[in-house]
Design a protein around this ligand. Structure first.
Ligand SMILES: O=P(O)(O)OC[C@H]1O[C@](O)(COP(=O)(O)O)[C@@H](O)[C@@H]1O
Ligand SMILES: [Mg+2]
Ligand SMILES: [Mg+2]
Length: 339
C-alpha cells in the first residue's frame, strides 16, 4: 500500500497530532523538528481562533493606529495574531527566524540552533475582521541555508517558492480549518473546540480540474490588463458565478474545494500586484500544485517567480488547472496582438 493509499484509508477523525506522527514515521530520516513546528503552528491557531471568536467585542476590534511596511493600517487582531504566532514559534524552539507581514525586518527568535525559518501572514483578510467575514493565517516553512548556531539572514527567506518544505493556512470561518502540505499531498483538519483538537476532515484534497467560479475585485476593472478583461468576459458569457469575499484564504479555500479561479492582477494602486510573494502567493501556489491545480503571475509559474526582497508583491492567478491555463492562453493571445 502506498503512503497515499494509506492516507486515503485513514478514517476521517484522525487527530492532527496522530496524522503528523504517522507522517513522520513514513519518512525514516525525519527527526521530528518539522512535526513539532507544525504542532506549534496548530497551537497558535487555536489561541488566535479563540481571540477571533471575540471579534466585535471592544478589546479585539478596530485599528491600533500604526501601519505595517506595506503602509496598511494594522488592526488589533493583526497584531494579536502576530504576537501569538511569534510567541508559539519562539517557545516551540524549532524556528530560528520569522518574516511576518506585520514586521519590516526578520524576527530573530533566539533559537539559533534551529533548522527552520517561517514566513507568515498572521491575519489575512484584515478588511473583514470587524464585519465577521472569514479571515485566515498563511504560513510557509523553509530549511535554513545559514549554518545552525548563527543568526539567520535574508538569504534564508529568499530561496524561492520551490524551496518550501511545507506551507499551509488556517481559515477562521463557520468552522476553523487548518490545511497544509509537506510536499506529499494536501490535507485539511477541522477544529473541534470543545475537545481542543484538529481532526482530519479533508484527506488528500484534489482541486477540481475545471470550475465555474471566478474571484476578482470587480472594483479594480478600469485598471486591469486587457487580457484579464477578456477572460472575465468569457466567464460572464458562460454564466460562471462571481465569488469574492476579499479574504484571500477564504476565496482560495472555496475554489480549492469547489473548483474555480482567483485573480489579483496589477492595478494602478498596486502595479506589481497587491499580494506578497513570500507569505501569500508562494505558500498557496505550493498547496494548489500539490492539489493538482495551477498558479501563475500571469506570465510564468508562480513558484518560479524570482524573489528579491522579503515583502515583494506579485500578481496572482490561481486555481483549477483548466481555468488557469485558459486565462494564460488569453494572456498570450492578447500579448501577441499588442506586439
Ligand atoms: O480589497 P482588495 O483590494 O480586493 O484586497 C483584498 C485582498 O487583500 C488581502 O486582504 C491582503 O491580505 P492582508 O489582509 O493580509 O493584508 C487579501 O486577503 C485579499 O484577497
Ligand atoms: Mg494577506
Ligand atoms: Mg495580513
Amino acid at each position: 500500500m502506498t503512503f497515499l493509499d494509506e492516507t486515503i484509508a485513514l478514517p476521517v477523525g484522525v487527530t492532527l497530532d496522530r496524522f503528523i506522527k504517522r507522517n513522520q514515521e513514513a519518512f525514516p530520516f525525519a527527526t521530528g523538528e518539522l512535526s513539532q513546528l507544525l504542532r506549534d503552528i496548530a497551537l497558535a491557531a487555536k489561541i488566535v481562533n479563540r481571540e477571533i471568536n471575540k471579534a466585535g467585542l471592544v478589546d479585539v476590534t478596530g485599528a491600533i493606529g500604526t501601519s505595517n511596511i506595506q503602509g496598511e493600517a494594522q488592526q488589533k487582531l493583526d497584531m494579536i495574531a502576530h504576537i501569538r504566532f511569534m510567541r508559539a514559534l519562539r517557545n516551540g524552539g524549532e524556528v530560528a527566524g520569522i518574516v511576518s507581514e506585520e514586521e519590516e525586518n526578520i524576527v530573530l527568535t533566539g533559537n539559533d540552533e534551529a533548522k527552520y525559518v517561517v514566513a507568515i501572514d498572521p491575519l489575512d483578510g484584515s478588511s473583514n475582521i470587524d464585519v465577521n467575514v472569514s479571515i485566515g493565517t498563511i504560513f510557509s516553512i523553509y530549511r535554513r541555508l545559514s549554518a545552525q548556531g548563527t543568526k539567520v539572514n535574508a538569504n534564508d527567506f529568499l530561496q524561492g517558492g520551490e524551496a518550501q518544505v511545507a506551507a499551509g493556512y488556517v481559515l477562521y470561518g463557520s468552522s476553523t480549518v487548518l490545511v497544509y502540505t509537506t510536499g506529499h499531498g494536501v490535507n485539511g483538519f477541522t477544529y473541534e473546540s470543545s475537545l481542543g483538537e484538529f481532526f482530519l476532515s479533508y484527506p488528500t484534497i484534489q482541486i477540481p480540474e475545471d470550475g465555474n467560479l471566478y474571484s476578482i475585485n470587480d472594483g479594480n476593472m478600469p485598471d486591469f490588463p486587457e487580457a484579464i478583461l477578456r477572460y472575465i468576459d468569457l466567464c460572464r458569457n458562460r454564466r460562471y458565478s462571481a465569488r469574492y469575499i476579499g479574504s484571500l484564504v477564504g476565496d482560495f479555500h472555496r475554489n480549492l474545494l469547489k473548483g474555480g479561479i482567483y485573480f489579483y492582477p496589477p492595478t494602478r494602486k498596486t502595479p506589481q500586484g497587491k499580494l506578497r510573494l513570500l507569505y501569500e502567493c508562494y505558500p498557496l501556489a505550493f498547496i494548489v500544485e500539490q492539489a493538482g491545480g495551477m498558479a501563475t503571475d500571469g506570465k510564468q509559474r508562480l513558484l518560479e517567480v524570482e524573489i528579491k526582497n522579503l515583502h515583494q508583491r506579485s500578481p496572482l492567478c490561481i486555481g483549477s488547472s483548466t481555468m488557469v491555463k485558459e486565462a494564460e492562453q488569453v494572456y498570450v493571445e492578447q500579448s501577441s496582438m499588442i506586439q
